[in-house]
Structure formats: structure tokens, C-alpha cells
Design a protein around this ligand. Structure first.
Ligand SMILES: [Zn+2]
Length: 829
């Protein structure tokens, strides 16, 4: 059914009308495979005679009453139920039948191919709570929710509150503390559990039955992180964890990384590791666990008033997530990973056509809120918060936070409320800082301008700050400055950069090498290198003891390549030379990833095979020296697999049969699928072999991988089938469409896939039955990003001139901008 998205103005009016709100939600999950039923009872007070509306998007409305009187059929239209002539005390009862989804929107229902067991979870997202209940779906109408669930008696049901089952198959959950509708969830199915408790807080971990072993294996690490993070947040925030028990459920086909439902956090179950992983992946999982937990205070206890502060939720949680990993886990290099991994996402987003201030002054409606859910909200916002902490000091930051939690607990607050609390705690006026950092878009570039004295020392050093032409803001940056002194020791100082030119007099007369702006990575800016540093980079990387400083040099090289200032081959060669000796696995993995991206998009087509071969060569060197079973070994193996050429086929084939496998390397299901995928690209895999692999791995991951590998074969019929899965075929899991898109395009299959480029742009906007969010997701997952040419750009621009969902338009425009960037990089080479 079509529905209208909620505007900010409507939300403001409704918040002024509805008071003393409470929900009772009764869910029946026993009515078949397609549909389920819920009865929502909404109680609230209002001024007599006023009117308002509820949102609900059922397949079929079974009945709706206001204060005992049946509402007329015409009261329900466009996903809204109009409530006219309200009384002082109101009760609305809405009974309806809703559809399960496969797209992690509303009530997701999943059948595990491994054992045919059924799993269900509620994902209200920003606008999907009305796909399982009738509600006032806006963040500042927080309310207690009393939940009842009827389910298969063999199932386990978890939700925000602690529930009891009585009789079998009937679950009752007491009313929660006031929560926003986007935070209501339930998780139901034959889940397996691991329970524990810490400091009086019951802890539960949940996964589907076919993941029982994996959960058992990963539970000790997840629980120990959970406990350490709870302790640390109690210290930092001065308010105890407020939602009773703390469950963490790992669910199938979740489209986000995780979601911070109070008392019942939901994670994508890829975060339970069924195959070997590196420390980078474990670190990232820890950062997500800490991120979701930070939301319990910032987001769940104190909630944004409207979606214009979504960024604040996400940047805060991202900041706290990496901070806690750095402080209390075995991975102190968390900020290195953020710098060389997550930040690249923020820089890219900030330079695309859809760039926007971190804090938009107005988010007009919920569609616009969705669009801003990007690298600017998460990564750039996190960097801005680090910059703010550097600016006001950690003590003032924490004191301000505590006051903020204290004042707004169980209610809503805005950016202005937080800035007010931080101003008060720090005694500093933050208006100018907020204006420059939060209310303006795009990124600055910092460049050292060095005059050299005849003896090789710095005669003078100036930091030059520039901005993109259309976004001329220069910002204050508190940054570190690092250099090697004449004895080869790394030195560091902090300076305040303001305006276009900031002289650094303390460096005059210093005999320095390898000058690095933003050492310590406190700010968000592109950093360029002086020519001598650029020339010496291989030696500097080898000599640099601090992984964070090395990661900044890599970032700098990456940005220069993206901006077509350096040829992409320079980055590839630098990576191939340096990574086999790089001690930090997060840098090895992240930079191999950047270099592979450069080798397949930024390097001109006639040089791509050589670039891939250089990376494969580096991977082999690393494989020969890496410690057996280490993350370095696994990262090298993955790189070799993804860059392998004809000559490497025999090696990969050998690994599949157990021949000449490097000692300690587990050729598990994930690695086997990766190898098959690469062999398929090289034209060496028949359909029967994929069928056989699927017999070995009957999981949903196996199904998705099989789709990806089939789509990776250089066969016109395979490409046609993949294209159908991406663009036209409905009713599949969202994961299947994404997997097909991942296999369809390959740099080596340019000729074969050429006919699909124009069709992609013409047909995706007409793909029916998919939400705007899903279309945007698909457009990124299946964009023809290797087809770097004027023709592709032209086809994209024709499509963008036509009709399409605004979320799809934004995603396509951004991907097309990336393509134009790749074209500039190729032309500059
Ligand atoms: Zn978050």
C-alpha cells in the first residue's frame, strides 16, 4: 500500500496534541507463512475535540475503534488512520494483518536453508514500525510498550523487556520504560542462547540453531567485551545501564550492522564468525558492540527530538565505540583502523554531490532522514567529536555529558541541548566551532608549504588550508604535527590551524624529515605531503614506529590518487612494496583493499593486469613469511585469491583439494567460496562444481555465495540471470540480489557485460515492489563501477534526468560521481 512519509511539521503538531501516551501491542505469529496479526491498543490524552492520526501499513485492516466506536473505512488512507474529535482520555484499538518481509524492513521472516527452521524479528528502522503496529511513528513521542506475543510453543521470544512464557506459546512482557517507536523490537524463533550476568545485569546472547556451535565459540569473547564496556560506560557516564537486562541477538539477513534496541540489541549474524577472521574483523565487531551499547544512553535513554539529530546519535556512538575498544580491549590500534578504514568512507561521502553539513538545519521528512544515514553522519561526525574533545578537553566533555544525561533522562534532547551542556562544563562558547564544523559541508585540505635552508633544515614551514570551490569554509583544526628529527626519532607537537595560512615558527631551523600534518588523527581533513616526503615514503613507512602515523601517510596517498594528483600506480607500487613488512594487520588489510580498488578502477585499463599482479606478488611474499594462522596470513591469502591471474589458478585449485596449503591457513567455507569465485571469473568453474560446493555448505551464506559465483562466470546466460536477480526478480531475499550484483560485474568481463550497463540505468529505476532504501542499497551493490568510460557516464546521466525514487537518485548520482572520479584518475595517469 502506498503511504505518505511523515514531515517534520506534522511531527511537531502531533507532539503538541498527543500526551501521556502508552502502547499495548499483541502480536500473533501463528497465522501462516505470509501474514501475521497484531492488535495495538494506544492510550493517550488530548484536548477534547482535537484531531490527529496514527500510522499503520497493514495488508488488511481488520478493525479500528476510537473510544469504543468503530472508525469509518474512509478514516484509513495512505498508511494513516485519522482520529477526529478526540476526547480528553483516548483509547484506540487497531487490529490488522501485516506482511512479513525478506528485506529486513518491518517484520522479517527467515527460513534457514540449513534446517528449515523459521526465525522472525521486528526491525522498525526509521519508518517501518507501522509495518507491524499502529503508532505515532516519531522519535519524540516516547511511550511505555507492553508486549504480548503468541508464537510456536517451541520458540524463544525476546524483546526490550524481560518476558515470561505462560502457557507455552504465549509470552507476556511488562511495559517498558518510555521508548521511541524506532526502538521497539522482538526476536522470535528456535534461537539458542548463552546467558551470563555482570554487576547485577542479566546478559543473553542469541543465534539461530544452525549457529549454535559458532555462538558457543564466540560467546566468551563477546561476553567479556560486553562486561568490560558496561564497566567503562558506568565510569564515564555516571548513570547506570538503564534497561534492566542486556540481550544481544545475532539474526539472519539483517541489512544494517546492528541496531540499538534497548535491552535487546540486534546484530547481523555475519558478526558471529563461522570462518577464520583477522584481528581487524574482531576489532570492528568489538567497536560495533561498544557502539550499540553507547546508544543505550545516547539515543535510547536520551533520544533525539527529530531526525535532524540522527547524525549526533551515530557520530557519538561511533566515537564511543572506537574509544572504548582502544581503552579496554586487546586492540589499542582501534583509532588506526578508524583512520585507515572508516574515515575513508566519510571523506568519500563528504566529496560526493549529496554532501551535506554534519548537522543539517532542517530534515523536512522521513525520506530525507533516510538519505542522511551515511559516512558523514558516522565517520565525519565521529571525527568532529574527536576534534571537539581535543578542543574542550576530556574532563569537560564527560562532565557535560553527565549533566546532559541527568537532565534529559527518559526524554528527548537536541544538539543545542548537548552543546549547552558542553559549553557550561567547559566554560567555552561553542557556537563558532559548531557553525564551522557542524553547519557546513565538505572537507578542507591541509598542505605543508616548506622552504628549505641550504643545510637541509626547514627555513620555514606554513600550513596551507584550502576548501572546495563551492564550499569555501575554512575551519579551526587542532592537529598534531609529526616529523623525524636528525637522530631519526619521531617528534610531535600540537598546533592550532586557523585560516588559509598558519605559520609554524617552532619548526624553523629544525632538520626534519617526513613532516606529517594531523599526526594523531585528531581532525577531519585531507592531508597532502611535501615532495620530499612523497619521494621518501617507502623508507619513511618502514622507519615509522607508530601505526596511526603510518595510516595517515596511507590516507594521504589514497586521497592524492582519488583526486588525480598522484597516478594510481604509485599507490599500488607503494602498497606492494610496503605491506609484506607491515606489522599492523589492520593496515595490511585496509591498504590492500584500497590498492585493489585503485588497481581495478583508477589504473588505466591497459595497466590493470600488471597492477593486480603486483598486489598478488606482494600477497605471495607476505604468505611466505607470515606466521601460520595469523591475520597477516589470512589477509595475504584473501588478497592473492582476489587478484589471482591465470598463472595462479593451479595454486588456488590446490588449496581447494588440500594441496600445498600454507601451514596454519584454514581453507574454510568462506575461503573456499572466495577461491571458487575467483576461479569462476577466470573461466575455470562449471555449474556442477558450484552445485557440489552448495552440497558442502547448505547454509544461507552458501546459497548467497553460490549466486555470486554463478554470476561471476564469463557466460552470457549467467550474466543475464544475475541481471534479472538484481533488477527484476521479486520475492528473493535482499541478500540474493546483492550477491548477484557482486558477481555480475568483473573488470575482466568488460566486453561481456557491456550490454548490461545501459540496461542497468534504464531498468533499475523501474524495478517495482522495492522500497527506496532497498533500491539505493542495490544501486550501490550492483553499480557497473568497473565500466569506467564516457559512455557509462552518459548512460547514467540520461537515467538521472528521468523519474526515480529520490533515495535511488541520490545513490545513483553519488556512484556516478565516483565513476567520474575514476575516469579523471585514469586520464591523469
Ligand atoms: Zn548507531
Amino acid at each position: 500500500m502506498s503511504h505518505r512519509c511523515l514531515s517534520h511539521l506534522e511531527a511537531v503538531a502531533r507532539a503538541a496534541t498527543v500526551r501521556n501516551l502508552a502502547y499495548a501491542l499483541d502480536v500473533d505469529l501463528t497465522t501462516g507463512d505470509e501474514l501475521f496479526r497484531t492488535v495495538t491498543t494506544v492510550r493517550f490524552t488530548a484536548d477534547p475535540g482535537a484531531e490527529t492520526f496514527l500510522e499503520a501499513r497493514p495488508e488488511r485492516l481488520l478493525g479500528a475503534t476510537l473510544n469504543g466506536v468503530e472508525l469509518p473505512a474512509e478514516a484509513f488512507a495512505e498508511g494513516r488512520l485519522r482520529l477526529a474529535d478526540l476526547a480528553a482520555d483516548n483509547t484506540v484499538v487497531v487490529s490488522a494483518e501485516y506482511a512479513y518481509t525478506r528485506s529486513s524492513e518491518g517484520m522479517h521472516r527467515f527460513v534457514d536453508p540449513a534446517d528449515k527452521q523459521v526465525y522472525v524479528y521486528a526491525q522498525p528502522s526509521i519508518t517501518d514500525a507501522p509495518r507491524f503496529m499502529a503508532c505515532f511513528d516519531q522519535p519524540d513521542l516516547k511511550a511505555p510498550v507492553a508486549l504480548s506475543v503468541t508464537a510456536d510453543p517451541s520458540w524463544l521470544v525476546r524483546a526490550n523487556a524481560e518476558g515470561v512464557q505462560n502457557p507455552p506459546g504465549r509470552w507476556e512482557f511488562p511495559a517498558t520504560k518510555p521508548v521511541a517507536t524506532y526502538l521497539i523490537t522482538l526476536v522470535a524463533g528456535p534461537y539458542v542462547e548463552v546467558t551470563d550476568s555482570h554487576d547485577g545485569i542479566p546478559l543473553g546472547l542469541y543465534a539461530r540453531a544452525s549457529y549454535a556451535e559458532v555462538l558457543e565459540r564466540d560467546a566468551p569473547e563477546i561476553l567479556s567485551l560486553t562486561k568490560a564496556f558496561l564497566d567503562r560506560y558506568h565510569e564515564l557516564f555516571g548513570v547506570r545501564y538503564p534497561f534492566g537486562k542486556y540481550d544481544q541477538a545475532f539474526v539472519p539477513e539483517f541489512s544494517w550492522g546492528a541496531m540499538e534496541f534497548p535491552g535487546c540489541v540486534v546484530f547481523r549474524d555475519e558478526l558471529l564468525f563461522r570462518a577464520a577472521v583477522t584481528d581487524t574483523e574482531r576489532l570492528e565487531r568489538a567497536a560495533i558492540i561498544a557502539h550499540e551499547m553507547a546508544h543505550m544512553w545516547f539515543g535510547d535513554l536520551v533520544t533525539m527530538r527529530w531526525w535532524d539529530d540522527l547524525w549526533l546519535n551515530e557520530s557519538f556512538a561511533t566515537y564511543m565505540g572506537y574509544r572504548l575498544v582502544a581503552e579496554v580491549t586487546p586492540w589499542p590500534q582501534a583509532w588506526t583502523r578508524f583512520g585507515v578504514g572508516r574515515k575513508a568512507w566519510g571523506y568519500a561521502a563528504d566529496q560526493r554531490p549529496s554532501t551535506h553539513p554534519i548537522a543539517p538545519t532542517e530534515v523536512a521528512d522521513t525520506d530525507a532522514a533516510f538519505a542522511n544515514f551515511d559516512g558523514i553522519s558516522y565517520a565525519k561526525g565521529c571525527s568532529a567529536l574527536r576534534q571537539l574533545v581535543a578542543f574542550i578537553g576530556d574532563e569537560a566533555f564527560l562532565n557535560g555529558l553527565r549533566a546532559h544525561f541527568d537532565k534529559h533522562a527518559w526524554g528527548n534532547a537536541t544538539l543545542a541541548d548537548l552543546l549547552g551542556a558542553l559549553s557550561l562544563a567547559s566554560g567555552r562558547d561553542l557556537d563558532a566551532w559548531a557553525q564551522a564544523w557542524l553547519r557546513t559541508a565538505q572537507v578542507n585540505t591541509l598542505r605543508p608549504v616548506i622552504e628549505w635552508a641550504p643545510d637541509g633544515s626547514y627555513a620555514s614551514v606554513t600550513v596551507e588550508q584550502t576548501a572546495a570551490e563551492q564550499y569555501p569554509t575554512l575551519r579551526p583544526h587542532r592537529i598534531g604535527l609529526g616529523w623525524f628529527d636528525e637522530h631519526g626519532a619521531w617528534q610531535r607537537t600540537e598546533i592550532e590551524v586557523t585560516g588559509a595560512l598558519t605559520p609554524v615558527p617552532q619548526l624553523s631551523g629544525v632538520r626534519g624529515r617526513g613532516l606529517l600534518l594531523n599526526d594523531g588523527d585528531l581532525t577531519f581533513a585531507k592531508v597532502r605531503l611535501d615532495e620530499r616526503t612523497r619521494a621518501e615514503l617507502p623508507a619513511l613507512l618502514a622507519a615509522q614506529p607508530d601505526p596511526l602515523s603510518r595510516s595517515l601517510w596511507w590516507n594521504s596517498a589514497w586521497d592524492a590518487v582519488r583526486d588525480a594528483e598522484w597516478p594510481a600506480t604509485e599507490l599500488v607500487e607503494l602498497a606492494a612494496a610496503a605491506l609484506p613488512a607491515e606489522p599492523d594487520v589492520t593496515i595490511v588489510e585496509s591498504v590492500f583493499g584500497l590498492a585493489r580498488y585503485a588497481a581495478t578502477r583508477f589504473v588505466p585499463v591497459d595497466g590493470q593486469a600488471a597492477a593486480r599482479a603486483a598486489l598478488a606478488g606482494a600477497a605471495k611474499t607476505l604468505l611466505a613469511t607470515a606466521e601460520p594462522g595469523s591475520g597477516h596470513q589470512l589477509a595475504a591469502a584473501r588478497t592473492l585469491i582476489s587478484t589471482a591471474a591465470e598463472d595462479d589458478r593451479a595454486v588456488l585449485r590446490g588449496w581447494l583439494t588440500g594441496a600445498d596449503v600454507p601451514a596454519g591457513l584454514a581453507v574454510d567455507a568462506e575461503l573456499r567460496w572466495a577461491i571458487l569465485g575467483r576461479l569462476a571469473v577466470l573461466g575455470d568453474v562449471a555449474e556442477e562444481e558450484i552445485d557440489a560446493e552448495l552440497q558442502r555448505d547448505t547454509s544461507d551464506k552458501g546459497e548467497q555465495e553460490a549466486v555470486r559465483v554463478r554470476a561471476s562466470r564469463p557466460d552470457p546466460a549467467a550474466k543475464e540471470r544475475a541481471f534479472d536477480l538484481v533488477v527484476t526478480e521479486q520475492g528473493q531475499s535482499n541478500r540474493i540480489a546483492v550477491a548477484a550484483g557482486a558477481g555480475l560485474w568483473q573488470p575482466e568481463h568488460a566486453e561481456l557485460t557491456a550490454p548490461f550497463v545501459a540496461r542497468f540505468f534504464a531498468e533499475l529505476p523501474r524495478s517495482e515492489g522495492r522500497s527506496g532504501d532497498m533500491l539505493a542499497h542495490l544501486s550501490k551493490a550492483a553499480y557497473p563501477s568497473y565500466a569506467v568510460s564516457e559512455d557509462t557516464l552518459a548512460a547514467a546521466r540520461v537515467a538521472l534526468a528521468g523519474d526515480m525514487h529520490p533515495l535511488l537518485r541520490r545513490a545513483l548520482a553519488d556512484e556516478t560521481d565516483d565513476l567520474a572520479r575514476a575516469l579523471r584518475a585514469q586520464q591523469a595517469a
